[in-house]
Design a binder for this molecule. Structure first.
Ligand code: UD1
Length: 438
């Protein structure tokens, strides 16, 4: 049997949890680190599968990856051999999204890259046309052949680029390549997510000249070379948001530490609106919910709007709230695959026009046998299970491990009855242990 979570629900989560570094910032920052031949010391790196897969792929092209501790790494691009084609490929990197950041990083530094087409969660079409448009505007030729993105340039020259859609990946990728192009680049209609600002700050700490990250116009003056740096990655907004929802849906009381409350505003505002209490301090939020929550309407939007990566967790919460809620998913077209699983727990959802969920709140969920359909939906099912009556098993948790570090351990720290098991025997042991007064 593959690894599964087995969960006994029905207990409020209480206590404190510490949030790790932001996965999506880390992926951009680690890829960008190969752009210097100096030494990048990077701290607050989350120990999650996507990050480890990216580091392995970077090692595969000759970058030096020196893991100092679980959350600290020293990276240098000095020993990358750029005499031949720079090919990034292995069976693991094919499955993640952020492989595309190596195109921007390698193209910027070496003027060439061959990277296997990005994979990632199946939540919609996820094209990379805006990335390619940006690289071409900088003077690169970009082809897609036999499953690879092949980019090369005699030289990269700064350009004025208007993104047709607000894309996190394209904004970061173009920013990386342009930071080593000749002259000035302007990216208009740029994404504004906190991790865009974090990657820009990191690049600037290596000597790049990027202004305006966090607004929709980013201005970049290319430089020839980067130098050593030391950098600490921002806390993970989505991990924090997931624990906020877990506290609310279990009617718990959780202090979520090492966060930037400003990054959580869209989530805090919705939780407050439906009747939870959210108390902010400098680097923590405390979420309490004492009674049944209320319904609301939500539409996912680029930052500072409600994040699409919190949509399934919010849906789980609204599924138990009083009244009828709606959620409209405006970023990805295929992000309601978890609904079939939630229905097995007694949820009452109706999907209309493929991108809107009408949620008729029920009083309780009951435990069921579930399968995680993707990363964030997988985490959402864990939260549902913690709030449900009885036992739930969740398979395909490899998705969840891509983005959450020690998720089960952190939940146990809050009193959640969760165990990661890899055999029937261990599952039964957990059920026996928690069976009587759990
Ligand atoms: C990143 C995050 C992901 C998050 C998403 C939106 C990483 C590794 N992943 O994904 O967790 O859900 O941002 O916040 O950081 N699009 C195009 N053409 C492109 C690029 C994007 O049409 O070239 C569209 C996409 O199909 C989607 C929208 O733009 O509808 C947003 O995508 P984007 O912001 O690029 O998401 P990712 O970078 O894939």
């Amino acid at each position: 049997m593959n690894q599964q979570y087995v969960i006994k629900g029905g207990r409020p989560l209480t206590g404190e949890v510490v949030i790790g570094g932001a996965k999506n910032a880390a992926l951009g920052i680690l890829a960008a680190a190969i752009m210097t031949d100096g030494r990048c010391f990077i701290d607050n790196v989350p120990d999650v599968r996507d990050v480890n897969v990216l580091l392995q792929a970077m090692d595969g092209i000759g970058a030096t990856i020196d893991r100092k501790s679980r959350h600290e790494v020293i990276i240098s691009g000095k020993d990358i051999d750029a005499s031949g084609d720079l090919i990034v490929d292995n069976e693991y990197i094919r499955k993640i999204r952020a492989s595309y950041y190596l195109i921007g990083a390698l193209l910027g530094k070496y003027r060439k890259a061959q990277v296997v087409l990005p994979g990632g969660c199946d939540i919609g079409a996820r094209p990379i046309d805006q990335h390619i448009k940006g690289f071409r505007a900088l003077g690169a030729t970009v082809k897609i052949e036999q499953g690879y993105v092949i980019a090369e340039a005699e030289d990269l020259i700064g350009a004025h680029i208007y993104l047709d859609v607000v894309s996190v990946g394209a904004t970061i990728n173009i920013m990386m390549a342009a930071s080593m192009a000749k002259g000035h680049t302007i990216i208009e209609n740029a994404a504004k997510e906190p991790h865009i600002v974090d990657v820009a700050n990191f690049l600037n700490s290596m000597g790049a000249n990027i202004r305006g990250a966090g607004t929709d116009v980013i201005r970049i003056k290319g430089v020839e070379q980067f130098h050593d740096t030391e950098y600490s990655i921002i806390p993970d907004q989505i991990e924090a948001g997931t624990f906020m929802m877990a506290a609310a849906v279990t009617h718990g009381d959780v202090l979520i530490r090492n966060v930037i409350p400003k990054h959580l505003e869209a989530i805090s505002a919705k939780l407050t609106e439906i009747g939870a209490e959210v108390e902010e301090s400098d680097d923590a939020v405390r979420v309490t919910a004492t009674r049944r929550l209320k319904h609301t309407q939500i539409k996912t939007l680029p930052y500072p709007g409600f994040p699409t990566d919190m949509q399934p967790q919010m849906a789980v919460t609204l599924g138990l709230s009083k009244g009828t809620s709606t959620i409209t998913e405006s970023i990805f077209e295929n992000r309601f695959r978890y609904v079939d699983e939630l229905v097995k727990m007694g949820a009452n959802f109706k999907i209309v026009e493929s991108n809107t969920a009408i949620i008729y709140g029920v009083e309780k969920y009951t435990g069921a046998k579930l399968e995680a359909p993707d990363l964030r939906a997988g985490a959402a099912l864990v939260i549902a299970a913690l709030a449900a009556d009885g036992y739930t098993t969740i398979s395909e948790i490899g998705y969840i491990l891509r983005g959450y570090e020690r998720f089960d351990e952190k939940l146990r720290g809050l009193g959640g009855l969760v165990e990661m098991v890899s055999s029937e025997k261990d599952a039964n042991k957990f059920i026996y242990k928690t069976g009587t007064n759990g």
